[in-house]
Each structure stands twice: as structure tokens, then as C-alpha cells.
Design a protein around this ligand. Sequence first.
Ligand SMILES: Cc1cc2nc3c(=O)[nH]c(=O)nc-3n(C[C@H](O)[C@H](O)[C@H](O)COP(=O)(O)OP(=O)(O)OC[C@H]3O[C@@H](n4cnc5c(N)ncnc54)[C@H](O)[C@@H]3O)c2cc1C
Length: 218
Amino acid sequence: MITLKIIKTSYLTHNVKQFVVEKPKDFVYKPGHSTYLSINQPGWEDKRRPFTFTSLNAWPHLEFIIKIYDEHNGVTKQMGTLNAGDEFIMHEVFGSIDYKGPGIFLAGGTGITPFIAIFRALHYSGNMRKIALIYSNQKRDDVILGEELFQMLGPAYLNVFTREGVIGFKERKIDKKFLIETIGRFDRRFYVCGPKSFTEEITEALISLGAEPESIVI
Ligand SMILES: Cc1cc2nc3c(=O)[nH]c(=O)nc-3n(C[C@H](O)[C@H](O)[C@H](O)COP(=O)(O)OP(=O)(O)OC[C@H]3O[C@@H](n4cnc5c(N)ncnc54)[C@H](O)[C@@H]3O)c2cc1C
């Protein structure tokens, strides 16, 4: 357990906040791994929630990208009030998504955070070949770091919007029909991250289309 000062905060979307945070000396983590954070303020120290590192090990600081749920008085709402100079408490680090080789990444909402870490690391080491991303959000305003994702992935980056007609983008749900039309072949590796219903539905669809369960990283 270690206290870390927040260096800078900014909003990436209307409800997603980026935190640039002090990095402990010699601290190393794997892209896609997460930690439990709490807030170093009276009454919040013991309320831990899991968040994913989005920074590169090569950077001098840590970065977290956190969706703020303002509708209820949870930890993220309180994180919405934090600024430079405030502090997090970082608890244990744990593996959530491990990169196992090229494949197709399917993300829903803030499920993109482990993929941001993985893509940044692959891009940094020049290994972005044979990587594709299908990123689902309700609306265009919800997309996190869309420009950076496009820079890293180019035409291998596909946005899907479930709630808003946006010219030039596909407005639909990721279902079997979508997967057949977009991916075609299922003898590949897949990475799926997002809300529980998103990961369950997509994993089930991929398996029913012939993907090997062992080739799906959830
Ligand atoms: C391994 C892992 C890594 C994660 N990494 C990230 C990350 O990098 N970035 C990120 O943004 N999130 C991430 N999450 C999700 C994040 O942990 C949750 O969003 C966070 O714990 C919510 O905390 P909270 O105290 O604000 O909400 P909690 O009170 O813990 O509520 C949790 C969920 O319940 C719902 N909920 C509960 N009560 C209410 C209510 N009264 N009204 C409305 N909704 C309610 C909310 O939708 C919320 O998502 C990760 C989760 C896991 C498991």
C-alpha cells in the first residue's frame, strides 16, 4: 500500500477523467494489469476500487482513465472532485488482461483501458501489426482517446455506436451478424473487455461462430 500524489487531472470525455499520478520508484507493471485505488481522504481510505494502468512503463508517471459515476455516492463520484495535489492510495496490483499475441480486440466503454495500455506498449515497440480494434460506445461523445487509437491502428480501428446515428460510422450492436460481416474468420485470437453483459454476449457469439474458447482473452 502506497500513497501517490495526483500530478494532473483532465476530462477526456463528459464523464471520463484522466489522472496523471506520481510513480513509485522502480515500480513496474504489465500492460493490461490493474490495481486497487482508494482516496487518501477521511472516510475514503478503505473504499478500494479496481482500475487499470494506462501508462507505459517508460513514462515517468502513472496514468489512470476513470469513468466518473455521478449518479450515486461511490468512489468514482468522489474521484470526480479530486485535483492536482490530492492523493490516491494504491493497494495490490493484479493481472486482468494479458497480451498473448496479435488478434482482434473488442471493447465496450471503459473496457478500452487495458487495451490502451497494451496498444501503447505495442506501438512503442513497433509491434502493432495484425491488431484490430472494434470499440463500442453508446455515442460518439463517449469515445475515449479516439484520435490516439486511430493514430495507432489506422484502418484497423472500427467504432460502433449503439445509441446515436453518426454519419460515416456504424450504428449498431455487436451481434453475430455484425461479427460475421466484420470479422468473417473466427480462427483467430480475441480479446474482449467491457461491462459484464458485453463480455458475456460477445464471448458467446464468438464461440458459436467457431472461435476456440482458449483463444478468447476476457
Ligand atoms: C479489473 C478491473 C479493472 C477496471 N479498470 C477500470 C478503469 O481503468 N477505468 C474505469 O473507469 N473503470 C474501471 N473498472 C471499473 C471500476 O472499478 C468501477 O467503475 C468502479 O469500481 C465504480 O466504483 P464506484 O464506487 O463509483 O461505484 P460502486 O458503488 O462500486 O458501483 C459499481 C457499479 O454499480 C452501479 N451502481 C451502483 N449503485 C448505483 C446507484 N445507486 N446508481 C447508479 N448506479 C449504481 C454503477 O454502474 C457502478 O458501475 C475496472 C473494473 C475491474 C474489475
